[in-house]
Design a protein. Structure first.
Length: 164
């Protein structure tokens, strides 16, 4: 394992030395979308080595989850629940914008997001239930469409991207 992803994007500056000590070379947990209080922050000495990558003085990389600016507001555009909620054609247009501007795009997903047969927890609050289960039944075909749409692109791991 070379990379780390904190649950719910909960990274903070205190975790970075522990990740370096544990032998990780990058993290991909930072998201500057500030509506969710669970999301962490990364103050400190980070420089942008190239579009989409931050690096600190220890040579440790941060590959932030990307957000798109729409009508003056940040909208998370990295995958996960936002991939399930945003219509496929619109999501693809946003990814095209990232690729045009930066030549890279980081996509993430969770295995459970493609399992419509997973057990349903009925006691969850409505907003948590919605966030977890919305559009799971059609998500696999949506991912297949996404992969077809970008079939001319080169897919690689974060480690491969950093080493280039």
């Amino acid at each position: 394992m070379k990379g780390y992803r904190a649950p719910s994007f909960s990274i903070n500056e205190h975790l970075i030395p522990a990740l370096v000590k544990a032998g990780f070379s990058y993290d991909s947990s930072y998201n500057d979308f500030t509506i969710h209080s669970r999301y962490g922050a990364l103050p400190g000495s980070w420089t942008q080595e190239r579009p989409g990558f931050l690096i600190n003085q220890n040579g440790f990389y941060e590959i932030p989850v990307r957000n798109l600016s729409l009508l003056g507001r940040k909208v998370p555009w990295g995958g996960g629940g936002y991939f399930r909620i945003i219509p496929g054609w619109l999501f693809n247009r946003g990814v095209e914008r990232f690729l045009t501007e930066n030549h890279t795009y980081l996509f993430y997903c969770h295995p459970w997001e493609f399992d419509p047969g997973q057990p349903k927890v009925k006691s969850l609050r409505f907003d948590y239930r919605f966030r977890h289960y919305v559009n799971i039944s059609g998500n696999l075909s949506k991912l297949e469409g996404f992969l077809r749409h970008f079939s001319g692109c080169r897919f690689m791991t974060c480690s491969e991207l950093i080493s280039e």
